[in-house]
Design a protein around this ligand. Sequence first.
Ligand SMILES: [Zn+2]
Length: 141
Amino acid sequence: MAPKNRAERSLAKQAAMLSRRIPCPYVAGDTVFIWNGTEKRNTGEFMRYDRKRNRVFVTGRMIVKHMVKGDPSTQKPGGEVSTEMGIHVSNTALHCPHCSQPTQLRRRAEKSLNPELGRPEKSVTWVCRRCGAAVSRNRKA
Ligand SMILES: [Zn+2]
């Protein structure tokens, strides 16, 4: 059944976004480009990824403010606290460090001779779709 009104359409969209788990396309140190929303066409450093909700947290982007109650017994200050909100991964793209444009990565398989084993070895590098420069995908770095 097609959604009748704005509220139903919004719920249907949310359900569709939650039904599919998208693996995190970013690694630590990546710059994320935002396509849509209030932070449209802005970039920021990748902070963390919410795997359940497919949301990317970008440092300094999508900041929300909320009031926090202080606690006098523990000297905890109350007041306004700013935190980042998650952005759906489909509204973001990787910002290429070489051509400074939002991009997608392509696999490039290369054969090289391993001198220790004495036979050719396959290795995969990730390259920018736009400029073809290799982009590091090392998750430990
Ligand atoms: Zn590029």
